[in-house]
Structures are given as structure tokens and as C-alpha cells.
Design a protein around this ligand. Structure first.
Ligand code: ZN
Length: 278
């Protein structure tokens, strides 16, 4: 029986892994998929999501727990106009000529064509709600994994990297973006990486094709000073004036871009690697 919601995993059940017995022999009904080997059940929610964990995060809870750690809230515009470097996730399948299963790990509210969206949060475009330290996908079933600004939110990130390695096909691709010079932006925000640390994280099993800065120096510097002002200046009018002065002084920073330069990357807000599985 087919669920009315278009969830790509329901058309690719051979890629869905039972996290209980590691088998992949499913029986499907409208309300759940059932493991033929151990009878473990994944519920299909009313909105068509496959729930592989019980304790997922509701969207509003995730936003709520970031209170007090979002010093940029309501003041994001000047850094938004600073363009993002490197390939865009929405273009990756085309750039890499990927036809096979493509997964956006920690997709949040993003929904790019051709991607299966996995997240621990119950965001509307998510197809599979999952814990990334135990990804419910079969070994070497994925041709492209995109993971953008997710690892810093998972304390056991090394487990996640091992899981990404396990599910990626030989010759498949990984786009991984992580923060370097980024302010803490959530209650659950644990880690930062240098470009050397990011490369070390993947190069045991992947060959790095490309690396660079996503959000550059301007993003780092403007957001740090913006956030420091928000933290220190409690008078609303004074804060507005301070932000406007900093807007003018910081404008030249927006003109500096040198994304693929290793020295520049050392100053960047977020950095990425694009790599191919060995
Ligand atoms: Zn099972």
C-alpha cells in the first residue's frame, strides 16, 4: 500500500535500515513500515514522515532553546548580503552528475529537489526523522551526502562522521560545511573546526576535491561586533545607532572575498569540503 505523501524513502525502502537488527526487509502499510526480520516498527506520521526515533525535536522547541544564544536575531541583513562561497547544495547533484540517492543530513527547513531530507527535528520538509549517530540507511546506499552546519550541534560528531562514511557509496560524494569563526548560535552548539581539522575529519575515507570558505571574513567580523553590541548596549536607541555606525565602518569588509585561499579560510565564518569516497 502506498502512502499519499510523496516521501522518497517509501519508494526506496531497500535503502532504509532497521536500527534494531540492521536488516532491510520491510513490510509497508499506510501507518508504518515493519521490519520483516525483528518486527521493529517505524511509524509513518500523518504528514508522511518516517519516524525512526521516538524522541525527536519539535520545530518550535528547537527554536525556543536557542533563546539567549541568538545575538544576531533581527539584525541579520548586513551579513546576509555577503554572498556564500563554494557550491550550493541545490546545485550539487547537477555539478557532480549524481543520479542516485542524495541525502541532506540535517536539512531543517531546506528542501532541495532530488534530496531525501533527514533531521532530528520535525520540520515540514523532512522525510525521515533520525538520530545521526545511528543513521537508518543501509551501508553504501547513498551517492551524495550534504551536511551543512549540523555537526557543531551534535556532541558525538565523530559517530556521525563514521555513519556518513558507512552510508556513502564508494565513488560517492560528501559536501560538509562547518563553522570556524562563528559565534555560539544555539544552546546545543558544541564544536568548531579549522580547515586542517575539517580535512582531517574526512580524509581517512574520502579524497578532498575542493575546499573553501562558505561564509567569509566579513560575516565573521560583522557578526561578532554586531553581537557584542547587542550583548553590551541595552538601550534600544543607542543600540540602533551603534549598529548603524558599525554598518558604515564595516562596509569595506563585504568587498573582500578570497574563498579558496588557505589563509583567508583561517579567518572565515564557515568552511566546507567537497570530497569523494575512496
Ligand atoms: Zn529489524
Amino acid at each position: 500500500m502506498k502512502n499519499s505523501f510523496e516521501n522518497p524513502i517509501l519508494d526506496n525502502l531497500e535503502c532504509l535500515l532497521c536500527i534494531n537488527c540492521e536488516d532491510s526487509d520491510w513490510r509497508q502499510s499506510a501507518e508504518f513500515v515493519l521490519c520483516g526480520k525483528c518486527q521493529h516498527k517505524y511509524v509513518i506520521s500523518r504528514s508522511g514522515k518516517v519516524l525512526t526515533v521516538e524522541n525527536h525535536i519539535m520545530e518550535e522547541n528547537w527554536e525556543k532553546v536557542s533563546e539567549g544564544f541568538n545575538l544576531l536575531k533581527g539584525n541579520e541583513h548586513p551579513i546576509r548580503i555577503n554572498k556564500i562561497g563554494g557550491p550550493r547544495i541545490s546545485q550539487l547533484r547537477k555539478i557532480l552528475d549524481v543520479q542516485g540517492l542524495s541525502v541532506n543530513l540535517g536539512s531543517g527547513q531546506d528542501n532541495y529537489a532530488g534530496f531525501l531530507n533527514l533531521d532530528l527535528g520535525d520540520y515540514s520538509p523532512v522525510h525521515v526523522i533520525a538520530d545521526f549517530t545511528k543513521i537508518p540507511l543501509v551501508d553504501e546506499s547513498v551517492q551524495l551526502v550534504a551536511c551543512n552546519s549540523v555537526l557543531e550541534h551534535i556532541y558525538d560528531y565523530e559517530k556521525v562522521v563514521r555513519e556518513i562514511t558507512r552510508i556513502t557509496k564508494r565513488g560517492g560524494f560528501l559536501y560538509l560545511c562547518v563553522p570556524l569563526m562563528s559565534i555560539r548560535h544555539h544552546k546545543y552548539d558544541y564544536h568548531r573546526w579549522t580547515s586542517a581539522g575539517l580535512k582531517k575529519l574526512v580524509e581517512e575515507n574520502f579524497t578532498i576535491l575542493e575546499s573553501g570558505a562558505c561564509r567569509g571574513v566579513a560575516y565573521s567580523m560583522i557578526s561578532y561586533i554586531d553581537a557584542l553590541l547587542t550583548h553590551k548596549v541595552k538601550n534600544t536607541v543607542a543600540l540602533w545607532v551603534c549598529h548603524r555606525i558599525w554598518r558604515i565602518l564595516s562596509f569595506p569588509l563585504l568587498l573582500i572575498r578570497d574563498d579558496s585561499d588557505e589563509e583567508y579560510q583561517a579567518l572565515a565564518n564557515t568552511i566546507y569540503v567537497l570530497a569523494k569516497k575512496n
